[in-house]
Design a binder for this molecule. Sequence first.
Ligand SMILES: Cc1cc2nc3c(=O)[nH]c(=O)nc-3n(C[C@H](O)[C@H](O)[C@H](O)COP(=O)(O)OP(=O)(O)OC[C@H]3O[C@@H](n4cnc5c(N)ncnc54)[C@H](O)[C@@H]3O)c2cc1C
Length: 305
Amino acid sequence: MGKMIGFQNELIELYHGELKTDYDIKRLTTWKIGGICKYIAFPDNEADLLIILKLLKKYNVKYYIIGKASNILFGDQYFSGMVIYLGKNFTRYNIKTENDIGIIKVLSGQSLNKIGKIAKENSLSGMEYLSFIPGSVGGALITNAEAHKKSIGDLVVEVKIVDNGEVKVITKEQCGFKYRSSIFEKNDFVIIEVTLQLKRDQQEDIDKRYEEAKLFRMEKQPKMPSAGSVFKNPDIGPAGLLIDQAGLKGLKVGGAVISIVHGNFILNEELAASADVIQLINIIRNKINDYYSVNLELEIKIFNN
Ligand SMILES: Cc1cc2nc3c(=O)[nH]c(=O)nc-3n(C[C@H](O)[C@H](O)[C@H](O)COP(=O)(O)OP(=O)(O)OC[C@H]3O[C@@H](n4cnc5c(N)ncnc54)[C@H](O)[C@@H]3O)c2cc1C
């Protein structure tokens, strides 16, 4: 306990950003699932983020980094460590346009949605389809988020990270972007800032693609709380289709249900517990393994479980 008092005292002394205690995480997750966490910080600049990371290391306090919490299953039980939530205040950006190119430098918590709007307002193309993914740009890098075959990695120039306490800038090539994967998946880097390069295009073409992407989401995406696709697509085909063919659509456990619309979405229909979702995940994995001898890999991250 002494350790946590020391941590808290130094945190209050050194960290100047927004901080809350005993915070209900389900207020932030798109799944509307998650328990209470002891500390949650909403830093708005690099210096404050680095102070927090230093103290977490010094006092060996467990923590999770969250962008917009749109790809996370957070456990229901009390979490006695810290959540660093970047999707609220860690959002500053600047934009430079030159000839046919626009460079956006943005803190990692900024939403893809807002970056898409900024791009559109500046007649820059590249973000139209990605704009409707409800995540932050930092979170998007982890799984190289993709929509309509356009992935965030394609736009990256460089990324500023914290690697074991040290701030570094790495190039796109070093990020190792692949289908639903990057080096950020396997390393404990904290992404500070992302530099994206976009191309100038005709405003009406950009607007058209943007509206097309918006319409697609409205028509094709389940409306109830979810975290998007739960599993990565295996080589043999889309996970949603396999789940459908295995007859699992509509299956319920507690308050969670496998979407009728999209087999790779698990929906929080009514006050689902994290355990309900985990049970559905296990049922799906077992059945898909029996049917197709394929191990479905998770796209979502499971925290505090
Ligand atoms: C309705 C819906 C539709 C979706 N559609 C798509 C889609 O079309 N395509 C797609 O690819 N995804 C989709 N998703 C999934 C999700 O939105 C994306 O994966 C998104 O990029 C996650 O970003 P986030 O900020 O919410 O990440 P979070 O959920 O907050 O975090 C995900 C992971 O990233 C890590 N992380 C976040 N920020 C940082 C950082 N700054 N530094 C280090 N690690 C960090 C977290 O620790 C965690 O491991 C969808 C989700 C929903 C709910």
